[in-house]
Design a protein around this ligand. Structure first.
Ligand code: RP5
Length: 166
């Protein structure tokens, strides 16, 4: 089974990535997780990214806040798809991380999610993997059906409350 690599600049980023981690596990994907920083532990980042394809990783999710160079540096060391997640924890509330990630120079692409978009990063990684893994495509379709059901249930619950109010 294809694997997703998840790297974050600090353990303080984990609460944003955890829902995505759980989502990937629900979709039956293997996930490897590492805390490593482009600034504080650059050698660890290089090792993670340059060996990822050999370890069976198909897509990398890279999350960081502030002057977030992590996703770009990871992308510099691999030709695997890299999905960046800007984290909001800084004084600039993630705008700094978003702009750092999204303005990559031509030649080294990073696909960037919304600020704190950890769950969509996971779903997007799964979508990429689904191109060559029909069982993952089937689970993604099932996830969408479940999502429709959840929204329908919520609407029904609200309609019942409105009827009670009159
Ligand atoms: C970034 O700085 C990390 O990705 C994190 O979002 C932010 C703060 O890191 P800590 O001070 O919480 O370790 O590199």
């Amino acid at each position: 089974m294809a694997k997703v690599g998840m790297i974050m600049g600090s353990d303080s980023d984990w609460p944003i990535l955890e829902p995505g981690y759980r989502q990937l596990k629900d979709l039956g994907l293997e996930v490897e997780v590492l805390v490593a920083s482009a600034h504080r532990t650059p050698e660890a980042v290089e090792k993670f990214a340059s060996g990822a394809r050999e370890r069976g990783v198909a897509v990398i999710i890279a999350a960081a806040g502030a002057a977030a160079h992590l996703a770009g540096v990871v992308a510099a060391f691999t030709t695997l798809p890299v999905v960046g997640v800007p984290i909001s924890g800084s004084a600039l509330k993630g705008m700094d991380a978003l702009l750092s990630m999204v303005q990559m120079p031509p030649g080294i692409p990073v696909g960037v999610m919304a600020i704190d978009g950890g769950k969509n990063a996971a779903l997007y990684a799964a979508s990429i993997i689904s191109v060559s893994h029909p069982e993952v495509a089937a689970r993604l379709t099932e996830f969408r059906h479940q999502q429709v059901q959840n929204v329908t249930d919520k609407n029904q619950a609200l309609q019942s409350k409105l009827t009670a109010i009159g």
